[in-house]
Design a binder for this molecule. Structure first.
Ligand code: HEC
Ligand code: HEC
Ligand code: HEC
Ligand code: HEC
Ligand code: HEC
Length: 251
């Protein structure tokens, strides 16, 4: 991989002009763009100069033993709103039709710096603080869209969505036109398109609220004031929750 990678970089460097020094794998790996503060203002184009493979790589269409990927269904592929061929993780968040319609990710929405040496914060004085141990992305953001459907706190729901979907005619907005009406005001979400898709089916809402639950836990969303009829008494489960997200996610 380093050899192919270096070749790729060499191309990028050659096209950048004759005066530019020859690429060195180690310097590229430790390029300041990977760390705060530079990563906070990096553009996707800058990252993709060296990492185009994250958008181009595709999963195999056949296993080594000869099974076709279209014959093998994982649980998340049985979701009503799963579309298309098997795709890679990055493509599912950046280039598939649903990714483009519902979301607006940048590389640095998820990538906030990582430590190529120890994968841990604070092992030396000059490493970036606040890294999540052994991860190059803080998974907190993943749980926002890949947590469990928290039906227990939703008054009026007797079970998980697949069990009550028909009762509510596959429509979350029956209730959510009244409850928690100020939502999806974050930089990486396409607010209007999410509501449009929600009119087509509740399953498209469920797609980010339980349908692709990689985590067994629900996410504790902030509880913003609703437009009207917000009960004055705060339920126990909501006590102490903030009413706004981290600055970097705000529009
Ligand atoms: C100058 C070329 C270059 C640029 C620009 C660049 N990277 Fe990298 N990046 C590398 C190299 C080289 C490595 C080391 C790869 C390895 O060891 O497998 C690396 C490693 C990484 C890794 C860790 C890979 C792993 O397996 O541990 C991530 C994540 C990453 N880069 C993301 C980014 C993001 C996000 C940006 C834009 C903010 C970016 N890179 C910009 C060259 C670059
Ligand atoms: C939805 C969140 C998300 C977005 C958006 C995202 N990444 Fe990643 N990326 C991840 C996660 C999670 C990993 C795996 C991290 C780990 O192993 O700790 C990863 C891994 C990587 C790696 C190393 C492994 C590999 O697949 O080669 C590179 C390089 C990388 N990302 C570059 C990018 C670039 C460039 C962009 C923008 C075009 C980008 N990422 C956008 C979440 C994201
Ligand atoms: C804003 C919501 C959102 C966030 C945040 C998010 N995802 Fe996703 N994720 C989605 C959606 C929507 C899809 C399905 C896209 C599609 O079907 O084209 C998806 C698909 C996936 C898939 C399935 C890929 C496949 O093969 O079909 C995995 C795995 C995944 N996400 C993991 C993660 C991880 C890990 C993170 C955190 C780094 C993350 N997601 C952050 C919304 C999100
Ligand atoms: C029977 C009415 C009803 C239906 C149907 C319903 N919800 Fe809810 N939902 C609620 C109530 C009530 C709350 C809690 C409101 C409060 O007090 O903050 C809630 C809260 C939520 C929350 C916030 C959870 C938290 O931890 O803050 C999300 C996200 C949510 N619902 C998504 C959905 C999705 C997606 C669907 C459809 C798949 C759906 N709901 C269907 C009534 C409903
Ligand atoms: C692309 C992924 C995605 C889809 C699709 C989606 N959501 Fe969300 N939802 C999120 C994320 C991320 C948050 C956290 C940001 C926020 O609270 O606004 C969230 C938060 C919420 C909240 C809590 C907001 C608050 O402040 O009280 C509710 C309620 C909710 N969603 C309902 C829905 C409903 C109803 C639909 C369908 C119309 C839907 N979601 C579709 C990703 C999604």
């Amino acid at each position: 991989m380093p050899i192919a990678f270096t070749a790729l970089c060499a191309l990028a460097w050659v096209s950048a002009g004759a005066d530019t020094p020859k690429p060195v794998y180690l310097s590229a790996k430790w390029d300041p763009i990977h760390f705060k503060p530079a990563i906070e203002t990096a553009t996707d184009e800058q990252c993709l100069t060296c990492h185009r493979e994250v958008l181009e790589r595709r999963p195999r269409s056949q296993t080594i033993s000869g099974e076709s990927s279209s014959d093998l269904q994982a649980w998340y592929q049985t979701l009503g709103v799963y579309r298309g061929e098997q795709e890679s993780f990055h493509r599912r968040h950046l280039v598939t039709p649903d990714a483009k319609r519902l979301m607006d990710f940048r590389c640095n929405t998820c990538h906030q710096g990582h430590d190529p040496k120890d994968e841990i914060s604070g092992s030396a004085d000059d490493t970036q603080r606040d890294l999540t141990s052994r991860k190059s992305v803080d998974p907190e953001i993943c749980v926002m869209c890949h947590g469990k459907f928290d039906w227990e706190i939703m008054a009026g729901l007797a079970g998980d969505w697949p069990a009550v979907r028909d009762q509510f005619k596959d429509d979350c907005v029956t209730c959510h036109k009244e409850y928690r009406t100020v939502r999806h005001q974050l930089s990486f979400l396409n607010t209007e398109e999410i509501e449009e898709a929600g009119k087509e089916s509740g399953d498209s809402c469920y797609g980010c609220h339980g349908g692709r639950a990689w985590y067994a836990i629900p996410y504790a969303y902030v509880r913003r004031p609703w437009l009207e009829r917000m009960p004055e008494v705060e339920p126990d489960w909501a006590r102490g929750r903030p009413t706004e997200y981290d600055e970097r996610f705000r529009r």
